[in-house]
Design a protein around this ligand. Structure first.
Ligand code: GZL
Length: 367
């Protein structure tokens, strides 16, 4: 699909999008290169590139192979891309919801190659099995940008924009250690509801949290996948309430939708959870609905994973359009949210990181 002619006004809108930054959660991205331009410089360069695109009158066609529609986080991620890569902003976005099916995702990417799009964005359902199709993209001269989850068996992509999932897991572990000490809880018996099997978000959060659990001598009674869905979280938690009745005092859910399901299951089983309950409930993503449950005290702590990558992906594309070389890795900034103010910060990998007590203002500002 070759580029089409558009008015200069349409592409100028791209400038407004880039300068506006990443939206309500005031997140930003950091690159791995300390000599990187400031955001303002980059936006100015990108604005110049947008002008050039406007002058050339081209629409940029993008193929986006999205994981699916399994969670509130995913919905926000999709919306971020659709908002940025809109017709008004000078793009033609070919979007495929791969419904958590890796075969469908590989087929979608090959379809984009057939369509001869200008760029391909992939949020990889699983982190392996990618080198062959990425080689096909490279042979077709189509740059690939990976967002969110990582591809671990190939580096044939121009940039990755996402989160450090291992750090998220470490942060949850360090918070739990400090929280238990503050609450004089001596013994932690933990149940984990993992995300989708093979997803780098699952792998990173599991490994990071387990590193702290092993260091502290905690007992992880069980760790099963809830597939990042509310139904999955409820199903696993129902099983846990039967198999581990009276044995656990911590539940770690690797995303908010699993936590919503786990809450329903524990309520049905007569298990109390949250700030005033018998079970400490920890979640990841920190979507708006998740933060509402942190504010109510049902969820003790929620570790953010920022879904608003699209503005930073656009900067990658505009850098390439301007003849530049984008950063290989762009990390999203994230926050750790809690209900109680008994702790103000935690130390993760030697770095002090602030804890944010959730108020209505915090909820209203979230993605
Ligand atoms: C993490 C992302 C995960 C979210 C889930 O970056 O891939 O997938 O944590 C989503 O909500 O389903």
């Amino acid at each position: 699909m070759k580029r089409k002619i558009v008015s200069a006004l349409v592409c100028a809108a791209m400038v407004a999008t880039m300068v506006a930054g990443c939206g309500s959660s005031d997140s930003a991205a950091t690159t791995t290169d300390a000599t990187e331009e400031t955001t303002d410089d980059a936006a100015a360069d990108d604005a110049a590139a947008a002008d050039d695109t406007a002058a050339s009158g081209d629409v940029i066609t993008i193929g986006f192979a999205q994981v699916g529609h399994e969670s509130d986080w995913r919905t926000a991620s999709t919306q971020s891309c659709q908002d940025v890569f809109s017709t008004e902003n000078g793009y033609d976005l070919q979007f495929v919801d791969c419904d958590n099916d890796s075969a469908v995702q590989l087929e979608a990417v090959r379809g984009f190659i057939e369509q001869d799009v200008d760029y391909i964005i992939i949020d990889p359902i699983v982190s392996t099995g990618w080198d062959t199709v990425l080689t096909e993209c490279e042979d077709a001269g189509i740059p690939v940008i990976v967002i969110d989850r990582t591809i671990d068996d190939s580096d044939k992509y121009v940039s990755w924009v996402g989160s450090n999932f291992n750090t998220e897991g470490l942060a949850a572990g360090e918070w739990l250690k400090a929280y238990a000490e503050a609450k004089n809880i001596d013994e932690l018996n933990i149940l984990v509801i993992e995300g989708s099997t093979g997803a780098s978000a699952t792998i990173g959060r599991t490994e990071g949290f387990k590193e702290i659990a092993d260091r502290e001598g905690w007992t992880i009674l069980d760790s099963q996948s809830g597939d990042f869905t509310q139904d999955g979280g409820q199903e696993v938690m129902e099983s846990y309430c039967k198999s581990y009745e009276g044995q656990f005092n911590v539940v770690i859910c690797q995303n908010d939708n699993e936590a919503f399901g786990a809450m329903d299951a524990m309520t049905a089983a007569g298990v109390s959870y949250g700030v005033d309950g018998d079970v400490i409930l920890v979640s990841f993503d920190a979507c708006t609905a998740g933060l509402e449950f942190v504010m109510s005290g049902d969820i003790n702590a929620d570790f953010e994973c920022n879904p608003l990558a699209a503005p930073f992906v656009e900067e990658v594309i505009q850098t390439i359009e301007a003849g530049g070389t984008p950063e290989k890795e762009v990390y999203m900034e994230e926050h750790w949210f809690v209900n109680e103010d008994i702790l103000t910060s935690i130390t993760v990998d030697g770095a002090e990181q602030a804890l944010t007590v959730v108020t209505q203002e915090v909820v209203d500002a979230q993605y």
